[in-house]
Design a protein around this ligand. Sequence first.
Ligand SMILES: NC(=O)c1ccc[n+]([C@@H]2O[C@H](COP(=O)([O-])OP(=O)(O)OC[C@H]3O[C@@H](n4cnc5c(N)ncnc54)[C@H](O)[C@@H]3O)[C@@H](O)[C@H]2O)c1
Length: 317
Amino acid sequence: MKKTSNKVVLVGTGAVGMSFIYSAVNQGLAEEYVLIDVNAKAAEGNAIDIQDTMAVLDKPFTIKAGTYEDCKDADLIVITAGRPQRPGETRLELIADNSRIMKGIAEAIKASGFNGVTVIASNPCDVLTTVYQQVTGYDEHSVVGAGTTLDSARLRRLVAEKLNVAPKSVNAYIMGEHGDSSVAAYSKATVMGQPISKYLAEGKITEADLEECWTRAIRMAYEIIERKGATYYGIGVCLNAISSAILRDEKTTFMVGAKLNGEYGQKGFYTGVPVILGSKGWETIIEWDLSDAEKEAFKESCDALDATYQKAKEAIA
Ligand SMILES: NC(=O)c1ccc[n+]([C@@H]2O[C@H](COP(=O)([O-])OP(=O)(O)OC[C@H]3O[C@@H](n4cnc5c(N)ncnc54)[C@H](O)[C@@H]3O)[C@@H](O)[C@H]2O)c1
């Protein structure tokens, strides 16, 4: 009989993980949630806190604190465990600590017999997604990085502010590393169905505006961390959208982390690229015909990532 309920396991019940769960229960993502954290008491406390919403929210669900054994029959695992960026620290500086944490989590999930899709948000996101897939040996399509989903959402909002339109009317994309070397693929950006070049030609937005939006999108995490110590609501909502596309087999386009296998001239690691997301994870990488400058910037981003991945491999060897 076709399974009609969805089970989601969250590993890492900190600010990002619980923002995801809060968004998920509000949107009715799944019927069953299990929370796992190295701090078991925190996972229990978070489960009880979310149980308090059950009498008020419309869609029924269950939620409890659990262990890796609960992963066995899960449909989706979302990993947000790790220590977050400290003020002034780049995502890549988190490598060694979080690679070791990710290796342990990957081994525990694999040992459970899990056979679903995994979504990873822990930073440095592209590198840790690559580490997880390498350690588990899971089909690369079933491992999905948060990639540049959040970065692209930030860019859409910033460009929308310049044009005084709704962020949803802007389709603008950031590719490559979820971090400092990411690339704004403006050659593929559209606003209300028109290419952004039309708005440039009409003087409604300038090249300098676009450069500023890109730079601010990259720096947004630092802007927020400097003020409140961490970022979590934006990524929490993005993780819910990614999870929904997977659990509902939506076949939606997302800028998630997918493993490159020759696409865009790169191979062997995950990074943010346009993909079709469905029940098996990322199905197809869409190969855009980027401008020469975008191609060059994407190559530089991938070179930086590959070098970082090599450092991660040393840390977990
Ligand atoms: N991809 C993105 O766009 C994005 C955006 C924001 C934050 N992040 C990243 O998400 C991660 C979590 O950030 P946060 O603010 O929630 O941090 P946090 O410190 O609030 O939460 C991290 C949680 O992970 C748990 N944890 C640590 N080691 C663990 C282990 N081995 N097994 C299980 N749980 C473990 C901690 O106990 C804690 O509850 C960080 O790496 C952060 O950089 C990613």
